[in-house]
Design a protein around this ligand. Structure first.
Ligand SMILES: [Ca+2]
Length: 338
């Protein structure tokens, strides 16, 4: 098992040149037979009362690419679309989770963003989570899918649903391409950026938010990690403390999320999952979104951060805070206790 995870840890998702190492809990199933899976799914959904367990066993233990193949075979066999069949057979949080697994990452994010902005009011937390944690290449894919699906520009919808500096920051994140990580460490630029973050915030009266936005959205993550360290030489407060002193509300929340994602994205998601599973009942939408969107990316590492930071394992948190078939599906995506 150790060898498998070591090997998996070295795989990378190539989003252009912004390659990030991946630590998945869901990987391609080895003895994959899409026709057999399609037949089993069809049988499970035809069973009176629906055999949810089989649906969960199949769809949560296959990679996204394999699920697409199953969907193709299913449609050939049943003469109907698998997602429509799943909608009819399942309900509630389990249905949302399974439908999420059938979407490409960009498609899923586009739908989540749309849902966050639909109707009166805005789900700022979801907006912040997605926009601050996805890289430029991913945001470009999301924008494209969003346009195809809704015949509208994501930027326009974001601009229409938010305002002020909060809107400026989100739009900068949607539009701006970060510098490529460089092998050469530019100490002068690290010094300059640390100083300008300080000058634009803690040092002066008020805050020059435009400077913060440009530094935090344009520089590479590796560069910014050094800037955050260097920043402490100028300011008595670290950058996160400075953010909380300088700005409030959604702007504060999004700057903090951005810095957390730049420092350690898996720790950010671990904390967000912990927040979502604190109270009596879990915030199921948040838990579903993070497990669905990270299970083929870095959920293994999120699991270890979760255990390290919050004492209990993610597996245990899910066991304690969710129930029924939905819980079974989450545990299967989590793929093990720590
Ligand atoms: Ca200030």
């Amino acid at each position: 098992m150790a060898m498998v995870s070591e090997f998996l840890g070295q795989l990378t998702l190539s989003y252009g040149t912004e390659a990030e190492p991946i630590f998945p809990t869901v990987v391609a199933f080895r003895d994959f037979d899409p026709i057999n899976d399609a037949i089993r799914l069809d049988g499970a959904m035809r069973t009176k009362g629906v055999d949810e367990q089989s649906v969960i066993d199949i769809l949560t233990r296959r990679s996204y690419e394999q699920r697409r193949e199953i969907a193709f075979e299913y449609e050939r066999l049943a003469k109907k679309d698998l997602q429509t069949a799943l909608k009819g057979a399942l309900s509630g949080s389990l249905e949302a989770l399974m439908l999420g697994l059938m979407k490409s990452p960009a498609h899923y994010d586009a739908l989540e963003l749309k849902a966050a902005m639909k109707g009166l009011g805005t789900d700022e937390e979801t907006l912040i989570e997605i926009v601050c944690s996805r890289n430029h290449r991913q945001m470009a894919d999301i924008q494209k899918v969003y346009r195809d699906l809704f015949k509208k520009d994501l930027e326009k919808d974001v601009a229409g649903d938010t305002s002020g500096d909060f809107a400026k920051l989100l739009l900068a994140l949607v539009q701006t391409k970060r510098d490529e990580p460089s092998n050469v460490v530019d100490y002068e630029k690290i010094e300059d950026d640390a100083k300008s973050l300080y000058d634009a915030g803690v040092k002066r009266k008020g805050t020059d938010v435009a400077v913060w936005i440009s530094v935090l959205t344009q520089r590479s993550a590796a560069h910014l990690q050094r800037v955050f360290e260097r920043y402490k030489r100028y300011s008595p407060y670290d950058l996160k403390e400075s953010i909380s002193k300088e700005v409030k509300g959604d702007l504060e929340k999004s700057f903090l999320t951005l810095v957390e994602c730049l420092e350690n994205k898996q720790a950010y998601f671990a904390d967000r999952l912990n927040e979502a599973m604190k109270g009596k009942s879990a915030k199921e939408k948040v838990v579903t979104r993070i497990l669905v969107s990270r299970c083929q990316v870095d959920l293994m590492k999120i699991r270890s951060e979760f255990k390290k930071r919050h004492g209990r394992s993610l597996y245990r948190a899910i066991s304690e805070q969710t129930k029924g078939d939905y819980q079974k599906a989450l545990l299967s995506l989590c793929a093990g206790d720590d």
